[in-house]
Design a protein around this ligand. Structure first.
Ligand code: 5GP
Length: 185
């Protein structure tokens, strides 16, 4: 029989039930925050890691909401411009005069999200906020306001619920830490 994904997991940090519960709470907080805005709420999701989170989150938001996707790639460590990212796929619609909520799977140093936030801010949204499932606050370099945050995650490399290691483990229904031998063979 083939090796199971969960055999590679050392520890589960946030189990399925805990995530479901927290996503429901985030949905309620977002609903309350935007209920009286009178504008369209657009969720801007960053592929690929954020796809599973946004799919669950938008079903927990009790408002008229649309979703659009961006794909970005960070330049490698050899780049002179740390924190500059390349937009691989841009939004399909303009965001001017909309309430825009960036939905991220994880914010680590914050450099990627900070770049994205500045890029979107220049397009004239009515408001611009950030929602992240996981927040690695200890590693933050680029400070930015995060309006909605699921879990304050310790300084560990995590996978599951959308997050990958070499494109694998995104389909784990929880967030966990890999066994060291997965990295070091
Ligand atoms: P930043 O350091 O710019 O905030 O994070 C950039 C990206 O690094 C995140 O969007 C995510 O793709 C990746 N990343 C950061 N920490 C982790 C982690 O613990 N696990 C996984 N799978 N990706 C991470």
């Amino acid at each position: 029989m083939g090796r199971r994904l969960e055999d590679d997991i050392q520890e589960i940090l946030y189990g399925t039930e805990e995530i479901v519960h927290r996503v429901a709470e985030l949905g309620e907080a977002i609903t309350a925050h935007y209920r009286d805005s009178g504008r369209e709420l657009l969720l801007v999701n960053v592929l690929k890691g954020g796809a599973i989170f946004v799919a669950d989150l938008m079903r927990a938001i009790d408002l008229e909401t649309s979703v659009d996707f961006m794909a970005i790639s960070a330049y490698g460590p050899s780049s002179d411009e740390i924190g500059v990212v390349r937009i691989l796929k841009d939004l399909e619609e303009p965001i001017a005069d909309k309430d825009v909520l960036i939905v991220e799977d994880i914010i680590d140093t914050g450099l990627t999200c900070n770049y994205l936030r500045q890029s979107l801010a220049s397009r004239g949204p009515a408001s611009l906020e950030i929602c992240t499932l996981l927040d690695k606050t200890v590693r933050r370099i680029a400070e930015m306001p995060i309006a909605f945050s699921g879990f304050d995650v310790p300084d560990l490399f995590v996978v599951g619920y959308g997050l990958d290691y070499l494109q694998r483990y995104r389909n784990l229904p929880y967030v966990g830490v890999l066994k060291p031998e997965v990295y070091f063979g």
